[in-house]
Design a protein around this ligand. Structure first.
Ligand SMILES: *Cc1c(COP(=O)(O)O)cnc(C)c1O
Length: 220
């Protein structure tokens, strides 16, 4: 997509988002110069689904940006991922958390993470089921080099954002419940929900991070 369109899209989005809602530009499959245009237009967080793509983009993009991992993290990519990302949004098992913790302790880093919830309880989808979230968070809270900072959910695969609303609402409810329990070392600060089609509904239901690709960069 042309430079001016990306710039205009970012400016419109930033104007549209209420104060306190952070924009993550979901950059999978985009070229480094497209990502650079988004950053130049005011994007402050880039979301990457693949570690290899992220390495290339981080080397190429200039500016003060943070990098969020928003894909499914494979075991053999964790070592690299903890070196390059500022936050991992997709932790959904104690095994993954332990491996992140080990790799972080090797390099003296403390990684903020979000717990990915499979709010629509879809089979073959990543994320922990709602009823298992609290237990997972309690286990992760015991690890010294990883800090839970909130929740992330994808919602169901559907074109109609209204179909996602109950799942966003349920994720917000879990967010508030965990918060009210006050698990030590856990800070429920970020709620990452909503994409191009669903971000307005997600914000209405309490999201304070939205992950948007198509509306910034065009169709993939
Ligand atoms: C691709 C992606 C997005 C953005 O999707 P769009 O519909 O292009 O806005 C958000 N979150 C995750 C995890 C993604 O993989």
């Amino acid at each position: 997509m042309s430079d001016v369109r990306i710039k205009r899209n970012v400016e419109r989005l930033l104007n549209d988002l209420p104060a306190g809602v952070q924009l993550v530009a979901a950059a999978k499959t985009r070229k480094s110069d497209e990502i650079q245009q988004a950053v130049d237009a005011g994007v402050m967080i880039i979301g990457e689904n693949y570690v290899q793509e992220a390495v290339a983009a981080i080397n190429a993009v200039n500016g003060k940006v943070k990098w969020h991992f928003i894909g499914h993290l494979q075991k053999n990519k964790i070592k690299k991922a903890v070196e390059i990302f500022d936050l991992i949004e997709t932790v959904d098992s104690i095994e993954l958390a332990r491996e992140i913790n080990t790799r972080c302790s090797e390099i003296g880093k403390i990684m903020p993470v979000l717990i990915e919830i499979n709010s629509a309880r879809e089979l073959r989808k990543y994320g922990v089921f709602p009823e298992r979230v609290t237990e997972l968070i309690r286990q992760i809270a015991l690890l010294t080099n990883i800090k839970v900072r909130g929740l992330m959910t994808m919602g169901p695969v559907s074109c109609d954002p209204e179909e996602a609303r109950p799942y966003f609402a349920e994720t917000k409810k879990i967010f508030d419940e965990v918060k009210s329990k006050g698990v030590s070392d856990v800070e429920m600060k970020y709620l990452s929900m909503g994409m191009t089609d669903s971000y307005r509904v997600a914000i209405e239901e309490g999201a304070n991070i939205v992950r948007i690709g198509t509306k910034i960069f065009g169709e993939r």
